[in-house]
Design a protein around this ligand. Structure first.
Ligand code: SF4
Ligand code: SF4
Length: 134
């Protein structure tokens, strides 16, 4: 049986992020402005600038183990604040796509109580399905 080249897998995932987001993570110089303005930062395991740093190091799997890509609410504050013009929100979206393509959904309707389900606006449910499920 052949050995798995984990370096190669890491490299492929890093390339996928670059391809899907069309952004260059290597131009990030860790100023932290994205994280400082992120409204979802208190709910994230990793801050946006930490995501960029891990991407530079090729540690995509470490990012995918965190809740950060799905905690991101796509508000684009990070992208508008980045002095290097990196669209951090697009990078978060590409990370979500990689997770969802691997069938790692972040939401299951079965987890919602019936009573709560009746109160939730349908548009919220549809939006949640679109963003958090494959
Ligand atoms: S797009 Fe996501 S990562 Fe960027 S500031 Fe908004 S919530 Fe934070
Ligand atoms: S604002 Fe831009 S350069 Fe600064 S840490 Fe975030 S991604 Fe990197």
């Amino acid at each position: 049986m052949g050995t798995i080249d984990t370096k190669e897998i890491r490299g492929k995932n890093t390339k996928k992020v670059t391809t899907l987001s069309e952004e260059n993570q290597y131009s990030c110089y860790q100023c932290g402005k994205c994280s400082a303005g992120c409204p979802a930062a208190p709910f994230m395991d990793l801050l946006p600038n930490q995501v960029l740093r891990l991407l530079q190091l090729g540690k995509v799997d470490r990012i995918l183990q965190s809740n950060t890509p799905f905690a991101c609410c796509s508000c684009f504050v990070c992208s508008s604040r980045c002095p290097k013009g990196i669209d951090v929100a697009a990078i978060m979206e590409s990370l979500r796509q990689i997770s969802l393509r691997a069938k790692n959904d972040d939401f299951d309707v079965k987890d919602i109580e019936q009573e709560e389900l009746e109160k939730i606006p349908p548009i919220l449910l549809v939006g949640t399905f679109r963003k958090l499920t494959s």
